[in-house]
Design a binder for this molecule. Structure first.
Ligand SMILES: C[S@@+](CC[C@H](N)C(=O)[O-])C[C@H]1O[C@@H](n2cnc3c(N)ncnc32)[C@H](O)[C@@H]1O
Length: 299
């Protein structure tokens, strides 16, 4: 407990290896584990020797602990992308899915992890590939512990494209056909990633946007529930917990990222954190010069 760098009743940040801390959390005591683990992509927080073998080994250990601490009815959300080397892609969620199935083999049926959605997180910008198609999505595997689970769909509905649409025949003819609270956001989420000019960008090289954990927290937990992020990086999940009044426990190995997280959490508590809200991505305005095709472009 000496190495806690920031602690309030509700938010606990550990500057420690997550395995050490997860082992101290009671069985079936948390409602949601949501994280984005390191992808062995040569990022500055990774070990140069990290590869698919070490990715699998670390994730298996962290998943075992995460599943142990989850309450029945709780959720596990693992956000990953692809490991890419020499233009060869390995989809990391397939590795994660297989590990979860292996862990399930030794669990009682009511504690097994059931995949509810493989959420596609798509974004418009990123590296432009030369020898393959440019990658514009990553995934989030959402599993629940057991068959009964918390799912507050109304908390994450999004605006319909055509809210004025009406039934044109049958008993409801003439009435609006959409849900007045908005539509189900589906399993394809278009949310800009955190690049240099994003309002949430910090010095962490690989943040996810606040609305990703925020949507998951709203849908899969209730106020005052405990949420865990074993690899919190710049503290995005913790910030979302403050905004949504959930308790948070998380770990991060690098001191400098813990400092970034502390600063963001303090701002979230004060209500001054800047973030991109959960609104649809705008279509380009074709009257703007940057949206117009230069004369010598061939397409
Ligand atoms: C993909 S980043 C997470 C980014 C985070 N979602 C955010 O929005 O900032 C993974 C993080 O895990 C940290 N990390 C790597 N191994 C760890 C371990 N064993 N325990 C705790 N943190 C670790 C890395 O330093 C890195 O910041």
């Amino acid at each position: 407990m000496k190495t806690i760098s920031f602690q309030s009743d509700d938010i606990r940040l550990y500057n420690e290896d997550c395995l050490k801390i997860l082992k101290k959390i009671d069985d079936e005591s948390v409602s949601l584990v949501v994280t984005s683990p390191p992808y062995c992509m040569g990022k500055e927080y990774e070990n140069i020797k990290d590869d698919i073998k070490s990715f699998s080994s670390l994730n298996e250990k962290v998943l075992r602990e995460s599943i142990r601490i989850l309450k029945k009815g709780g959720s596990l959300c693992w956000q990953v992308g692809f490991h890419i080397k020499d233009s060869v892609s390995i989809p990391l969620d397939i590795i994660i899915y297989n590990i979860i199935q292996k862990i399930n083999e030794n669990l009682e049926p009511d504690s097994q992890m059931l995949l509810r959605n493989r959420i596609i997180w798509t974004f418009g910008h990123g590296l432009n590939a030369e020898k393959r198609l440019s990658g514009r999505y990553e995934t989030i595997l959402w599993c629940t512990k057991g068959k009964e689970y918390t799912f507050n769909l109304d908390m994450i509905r999004v605006p319909q494209k055509y809210p004025g649409k009406k039934y044109y025949r049958g008993k409801k003819a003439g009435q609006f056909s959409g849900n007045p609270l908005g539509k189900n956001p589906s399993d394809v989420w278009e949310i800009p990633n955190v690049k240099a000019n994003h309002v949430e960008k910090t010095d962490h090289p690989c943040q996810f946007p606040i609305v990703i954990p925020q949507r998951l927290i709203r849908a899969l937990t209730n106020e005052n529930d405990v949420v865990v992020d074993p690899f919190f990086g710049s503290g995005t999940t913790a910030v979302a917990c403050v905004m949504e009044k959930r308790k948070f426990i998380g770990c991060e190995l690098k001191k400098e990222y813990v400092a970034i997280a502390e600063e963001r959490i303090a701002k979230a508590i004060e209500g001054t954190i800047e973030y991109r809200p959960d609104v649809p991505v705008i279509e380009p305005d074709l009257t703007q010069k940057v949206a117009q095709k230069p004369e010598d472009f061939k397409w």
